[in-house]
Design a protein around this ligand. Structure first.
Ligand code: C5P
Length: 227
């Protein structure tokens, strides 16, 4: 039997990617970070001057979209997942607060979603994947065998993201990070195309007071029960 499709959706900065990577390693599955794809499109749009004062040049993004080549790989030597845009290493660039500030805007464009969803379905066609995003269980794979919906209080999430960015040497304040977390939640939940929702068959995980280990154990147990 081919591997399962595990959908991990939820709010921003809930540690979806952290647990998804651990789950993938433990199960021998492929980890697919769909947020990175939206971030890459956003980086391209920003570099091309297509985002100004919180507004996107719709036609401009539509024009450059087909020329973007997405690349993802696990770097064995450095023990990390890496993102590439047309062959350029962009992992660091797509994680900054400037991209985070604009990504929800770009992710609300229907034609961007359409193209990326198509790519995500192709990437997972062999099964055996942990896919992390916002609409995986609702839109990309409504028939996924296992679905999780992760959340935590906005304060806990902002605190974690703040520590992470600080650790990377970014110049940010806690207030900026909290505002970004709340803004992304709002846009993600209220957009017309594929809004962030918890589908009824998704298992809710609120990790405000959980350690990563506790969370992974709970998720693994559920995944194994569905084999
Ligand atoms: O997961 P991450 O925080 O990196 O995702 C960045 C942004 O991309 C999200 O805030 C959301 O606006 C968008 N996104 C989305 N659908 C996905 C994954 C991410 O709309 N499947």
């Amino acid at each position: 039997k081919k591997g399962l499709i595990v959908a991990v959706d939820g709010h921003s900065s809930t540690g979806k990617s952290t647990v998804s990577k651990i789950l993938a390693a433990r199960l021998g599955y492929t980890y697919i970070d769909t947020g990175a794809m939206y971030r890459i499109v956003t980086l391209r749009a920003m570099r091309d001057g297509l985002i100004r004062d919180g507004k996107v040049d719709d036609e401009g993004v539509k024009r450059v979209l087909p020329s973007i080549v997405f690349g993802f790989k696990y770097n064995d030597e450095k023990k990390r997942y890496e993102s590439y845009m047309n062959g350029e290493y962009v992992e660091k660039a797509i994680r900054g607060l400037d991209v985070s500030d604009n990504v929800s805007l770009v992710a609300s464009l229907p034609y961007v979603r359409e193209l990326l969803v198509e790519k995500q379905r192709e990437m997972a066609s062999a099964g055996g994947v942990i896919m992390d995003g916002r609409d995986i269980g609702s839109v990309v794979f409504p028939n996924a065998e296992v679905k999780f919906f992760m959340t935590a209080s906005p304060e806990v999430r902002a605190r974690r993201r703040y520590e992470e960015l600080k650790g990377k040497g970014e110049q940010v304040t806690y207030e900026e990070v909290e505002a970004n977390v709340r803004k992304r939640d709002y846009i993600d939940e209220h957009r017309e195309t594929a809004p962030l929702v918890r589908v009824p068959d998704a298992v809710l995980i609120d990790n405000s007071d959980m350690t990563v280990e506790e969370e992974v154990e709970e998720m693994i147990k559920l995944i194994r029960s569905r084999y």
